[in-house]
Design a protein around this ligand. Structure first.
Ligand code: ZN
Length: 167
């Protein structure tokens, strides 16, 4: 079990292009295990290698249906559209409204470097797009249509609205 430090927005490692994984080594297997441990520990639905400071094209995802490991993922098909809330472990305590395809098909390799395809809709499609964007140094904040929101501040606003001190 290895929990790694999650890099946060402003760290330049999050803005770099990741390198293709050419062979699976023990070191890379340990990285993948640690990425899964870190994602679960932080209650995330996905994590990309640059978020733990490693510039390799590796993503892990779990939207509640079990772990998915994507090595060298590429989006090969998309359709539809969804607009909804999106957050990121590298942008703690914030969320934004982002439009993504509602259906995404991905071609990737597994931990044994075997090629496979996987498709997802809704949250899984969103996770594919978000995590694969990380591999090109892109954060969802560039796509957030209405800036970034802080849920705790919004709760405070609501409280004030109904507070007795209001004039
Ligand atoms: Zn993210």
């Amino acid at each position: 079990m290895g929990i790694r430090q999650v890099r946060e927005i402003g760290d330049e490692v999050l803005e770099k292009q990741c390198k293709t994984v050419t062979k699976m080594t023990l070191r890379t297997r340990i990285l993948i295990e640690d990425m899964l441990d870190t994602m679960y520990e932080r209650n995330g639905v996905g994590l990309a290698a640059p978020q733990v400071g490693i510039l390799k094209r590796i993503v892990v995802i779990d939207v509640g249906e079990g772990p998915i490991v994507l090595v060298n993922p590429e989006i090969i098909e998309t359709s539809g559209e969804q607009t909804g809330e999106e957050g990121c472990l590298s942008v703690p305590g914030k969320y934004g409204i982002v439009t993504r395809p509602n259906y995404v098909k991905v071609r990737a390799q597994d931990v044994d470097m075997q090629e496979f395809e996987i498709e997802g809709e809704g949250l899984l499609a969103r996770a594919f797009c978000h995590e694969i964007d990380h591999l090109s140094g892109k954060l969802y904040v560039e796509l957030a249509e209405d800036g970034l929101h802080d849920p705790s501040e919004e709760e405070d606003d609501e409280f004030d609205e109904y507070g007795e001190d209001e004039e």
